[in-house]
Design a protein around this ligand. Structure first.
Ligand code: C2O
Ligand code: CU
Ligand code: CU
Length: 481
């Protein structure tokens, strides 16, 4: 069991890259990738370079962990303590948030709320025991638009003791970039027009740091693909030409395996979906994977390129694809404390601003970089800060019935920290397949009910994961005592 895959390559590239870029970085050995949890794995966020397009193409100036875009793929066992040291080689403060992992509050990486910023040149050590197996990811929770938008994000896989059978277990970390002509990242994060509308949707999507590179497959094999939407704002809907994906987990949490409507896998920012794909295409053929969430922006994410060899099996494997459950406490619906969240703000469709004049006295929401959004009439802006007043306080162990009402004209992937939500209903209809989630995508006007046991003490964020929306007020905090 190693803490890091690609570690040899990583280290080599890390050192070469650092030398080539002329950047001074700590060259402390990368984690001995051993089984000793006492030795922390070192993550070094720093400016760097990445080739997002064709090999040999132009390089993009990025910010990244350990010289890699995305950051190194971390694989850790369920239920065993791990330590990650963060050596900040950026020119500004940062943190790491372990998105979706039910960590102790002090390890949650929210500046001001759970820890001070990790200042440039300093180290912070995170230490936690992941209770749940599944597909998670890590990213900064500081200057989020810019730090995530320049590339700081990586996959974090917590491995089941007994995974379901697949010939290969692949991670597809998807990132969205707004590039200008010379392949450089467009300047300007947090534009007012992004803030009040869709957020910072880019023009190039990469899969594991590369745009449209074929995925080599063999006929007959079974793949488990862990999709991670690491975009700032782009919602994705993946179609697999000639193939039928079966969803086995959402946000790392196992569900009853099901085929999504229209064979289309919809993933909002920060969400993860694990799928099983039985590669039943023809040897020697190519099959496109298309993201057509925004009909005017459809593009080919990648292609499956089948080798011309014999199929490894003629019929799909018949092994079970149902994952073992995670130890998430079951909410007591008969005794749950109702809590309503109204999501408010943004532009009212195309043009006029919604009547938010009274909201915190903001007359032109978002247009001066201030609040454009609110939860129950309150705008908490930024990445997190000290002294945010909780919108609700729950006794430890209390079941909570959370109703989220999207009173806006925009979609919002609403994300909870420190807990996982059992999604119960959407617009009055019950949600099938027993889905837990830490990030729930709400379409305009959607009403979603969820339940959870508030069992993790501390102050926790609940916010939209479209970074522009979060920064501009679509965020709140609750307390578990
Ligand atoms: Cu993935 Cu509060 O964040
Ligand atoms: Cu999170
Ligand atoms: Cu939003």
């Amino acid at each position: 069991m190693s803490f890091i895959s690609r570690s040899a390559l990583t280290r080599r590239r890390f050192l070469l890259g650092a030398a080539a870029a002329g950047i001074t970085v700590t060259t402390r050995p990368m984690a001995a990738a051993g089984d000793d949890p006492a030795v922390p794995l070192v993550l070094t966020p720093a400016p760097g370079k990445a080739t997002l397009g064709d090999a040999g193409g132009s390089e993009t100036a990025v910010w990244c962990y350990n010289r890699l875009v995305p950051g190194p793929e971390l694989r850790i066992p369920q239920g065993r303590p791990v330590r990650f040291a963060v050596d900040n080689a950026l020119d500004e403060g940062t943190t790491i948030h372990w998105h979706g992992i039910r960590v102790p509050n002090a390890m949650d990486g929210v500046p001001g709320l759970t820890q001070p910023l990790i200042e440039p040149g300093t180290r912070f050590v995170y230490e936690f025991t992941p209770p749940d197996a599944g597909t998670f990811w890590y990213h900064p929770h500081a200057d989020s638009l810019q730090q995530l938008g320049r590339g700081l994000a990586g996959p974090l896989i917590v491995e089941e003791a007994e995974p379901v059978f697949a010939d290969r277990d692949l991670v597809w970390m998807l990132q969205d970039w707004r590039l200008v002509a010379d392949q450089q990242i467009a300047p300007g994060f947090g534009r007012p027009m992004d803030a009040v509308m869709n957020g910072h949707v880019g023009n190039v999507v990469t899969l594991n740091g590369k745009r449209s590179v074929d995925q080599a497959v063999t006929a007959g094999e079974r793949l488990r693909v862990r999709l991670i939407n690491g975009a700032l704002a782009r919602i994705m809907a993946l179609r697999f030409e000639g193939h039928r994906p079966v969803i086995i987990a959402v946000d790392g949490q196992p569900c009853e395996p099901f085929e999504p409507d229209g064979a289309r896998v919809v993933i909002g920012p920060a969400m993860r979906v694990d799928i099983i794909l039985d590669m039943q295409g023809d040897p020697g053929q190519r099959y496109a994977v298309v993201d057509d969430y925004y009909d005017t922006l459809a593009y080919e994410l990648t292609n499956f390129a089948y080798s011309s060899g014999q199929p490894v099996r003629t019929h799909p494997a018949d092994a079970s694809i149902k994952l073992p459950a995670n130890p998430i406490p079951e909410p007591d619906l008969g005794n749950a404390q109702p809590t309503d969240l109204h999501l408010q703000g943004g532009m009212a469709g195309a043009g006029a601003l919604m009547g938010l004049g009274g909201l915190n006295g903001v007359m032109t929401p978002g247009m001066d970089g201030s609040a454009a959004w609110a939860v129950n009439g309150m705008s908490m802006t930024g990445d997190g800060q000290a002294g945010m007043t909780p919108m609700a306080t729950f006794q430890r162990g209390q079941s909570v019935l959370l109703t989220m009402r999207n009173d806006t004209a925009w979609s919002h992937p609403m994300h909870i920290h420190g807990h996982s939500l059992k999604v119960l209903t959407r617009n009055g209809a019950s949600v099938p397949h027993r889905q837990f989630a830490d990030t729930v995508l709400l379409a305009p006007r959607d009403v979603v009910t969820c339940a959870f046991v508030a069992d993790n003490p501390g102050d926790w964020m609940l916010h939209c994961h479209v970074a522009d929306h979060q920064m501009a007020g679509l965020m709140t905090v609750f307390r578990v005592t």
